[in-house]
Design a protein around this ligand. Structure first.
Ligand code: FES
Length: 116
């Protein structure tokens, strides 16, 4: 299985607990929206799809953290997700977490890890 890296953004674009960067990926031939934020020093990426209703989380582009900066939040009905795992921690996601996306930070950039 071949593995490729695709550039998402510069590492400096992701401040700790700051705005996220949206990007698109191919999921079995279908384009999917995703995002990456920085949490505990590492980039964390997920599909941009709420566990409650499959809508994107951010009304204001790139704003994924809640006011406390502890959790990722869905703007529509306020479901909360843990930024390290995407696990649902409260609200209407009812145990349905975010789907993690593999990324890596290297040489000042953040890359999506794609496999064939
Ligand atoms: S659509 Fe995200 S909480 Fe309802």
């Amino acid at each position: 299985m071949a593995r490729r890296e695709r550039l998402i953004c510069a590492a400096a674009d992701l401040a700790e607990l700051g705005r996220g960067v949206r990007f698109e990926l191919d999921c079995n031939g279908q384009p999917q929206q995703a995002f990456v934020v920085r949490f505990e020093g590492r980039p964390r990426a997920f599909l941009n799809r709420c566990g409650h209703v499959p809508v994107e989380l951010d009304w204001q582009e790139g704003e994924f953290f809640d006011h406390s900066r502890l959790y990722l939040i869905c703007s529509t009905h306020g479901a909360l997700y843990h930024p390290a795992s995407g696990q649902c921690v409260g609200g209407r996601c009812a145990g349905r977490g975010l789907k993690p996306v593999p990324v890596v930070e290297r040489d000042g950039h953040v890359y999506l890890l794609e496999t064939d």
